[in-house]
Structures are given as structure tokens and as C-alpha cells.
Write a protein that binds this ligand. Structure first.
Ligand code: 3AL
Length: 174
């Protein structure tokens, strides 16, 4: 991922198309989020960008939320194998150690991912940069598999917000 470090004044001065280009993947493959927060400029600080993104995400209906969840690559899944993930996801999954797991762990993860999406109708999403190891992620998916659909839908959206916040922080010089 090419790091872009801007300060908040530079962010506020960016032409709209540039803003959308740079912030277009703060929500995975969903540039509509960057477009949706443009009107909130000028931002006071990095926190207010992430606040605007959270408000945008909270304004979406269930179908739109599910569409967003479906944009995320599975953890250590097919897209990772094919090296076809976005630079942001590649960075995140690498930093959580997911691209260097044993085939046993990979198989467990794949099996639980499958159970999860069959049960809930959307993929398992977690902000992996907040987890220390693949083992912690396996424990999380195992425990979340026991939840009901409504709870999981809102947990998944909260995880998208965490991923989004960390992606915004990566772009801004503080
Ligand atoms: N499935 C899923 O949670 N994917 C992701 N999570 C994260 O932090 N980056 C991703 O690509």
C-alpha cells in the first residue's frame, strides 16, 4: 500500500475527485462511503473524519450493510491465495499473521468461515489489526458463531467501522 500522509488542512483542501480517490477504500471496495462524507468537510481532525464515516455507515439500510460486508475478502481465503486482495486488506491480514498460517489453521478458518456465512447469510468480518494472532481470530469466530443474526449484523458493522477508522489513521499525519 502506498502510504499517503496528509495533514487535516491538506485533506480539507483536496479537490473532491482526489479526496474520493484517496479515501475510496476506507470501506472496502465501497467508494460511496468517501463520497458520502465529502459534504462533512472541513474536518476538524482525524476523529471527525472517522465520526462522519461512522454516521454514514449507520445511515445505511440492511441490504446496503450486507453489500459492504460482502466486499471484504475472507480471512486467508481464495483472494489471499490468488494475491487479489486490496492493498489495505493485504496489509491488515499480513499484520495479523494470516498470510503465514499453517495449513491446519487455514483449514479450520475456512471451515468456520463457511459455517458462519451459511448461518448468517453474510461473511465473517473482524478488524484483524486489533487481534494479536490467528488463534485469537479462531476463538472469536467460534464464539460469534453462537450469536443470533441481528447481533451479528450489528457486530459486523462495528468491525467495519474499526477497519475504516484504522484505514483513515493510516492516511493522516498527526
Ligand atoms: N473478512 C474480513 O474480516 N476481512 C478483513 N478484516 C480486516 O481487518 N481486513 C479485511 O480484509
Amino acid at each position: 500500500m502506498d502510504p499517503v500522509f496528509m495533514n487535516i488542512d491538506e485533506v480539507n483542501r483536496l479537490p473532491s475527485e482526489q479526496f474520493i480517490k484517496i479515501f475510496g477504500n476506507i470501506v472496502e471496495h465501497y467508494p460511496a462511503a468517501a463520497i458520502g462524507i465529502l459534504k462533512n468537510r472541513p474536518f476538524r481532525d482525524v476523529g471527525s473524519i472517522s465520526h462522519a464515516a461512522n454516521n454514514y455507515l449507520d445511515s445505511l439500510n440492511e441490504n446496503e450493510v450486507i453489500r459492504i460486508l460482502q466486499q471484504h475478502p475472507d480471512l486467508a481465503g481464495k483472494l489471499a491465495d490468488l494475491e487479489k486482495m486490496s492493498p489495505e486488506s493485504t496489509y491488515e491480514q499480513t499484520s495479523a499473521g494470516l498470510l503465514a498460517i499453517t495449513s491446519d489453521t487455514k483449514q479450520k478458518l475456512s471451515c468456520m468461515n463457511e459455517q458462519y456465512s451459511v448461518k448468517f447469510g453474510f461473511p465473517y468480518i473482524i478488524c484483524v489489526r486489533e487481534k494479536n494472532s490467528p488463534g485469537e481470530i479462531l476463538d472469536d469466530i467460534e464464539s460469534r458463531l453462537k450469536n443470533g443474526r441481528e447481533d451479528e449484523l450489528s457486530s459486523a458493522l462495528e468491525e467495519v467501522k474499526k477497519i475504516c477508522r484504522l484505514r483513515i489513521l493510516t492516511l493522516i499525519k498527526q
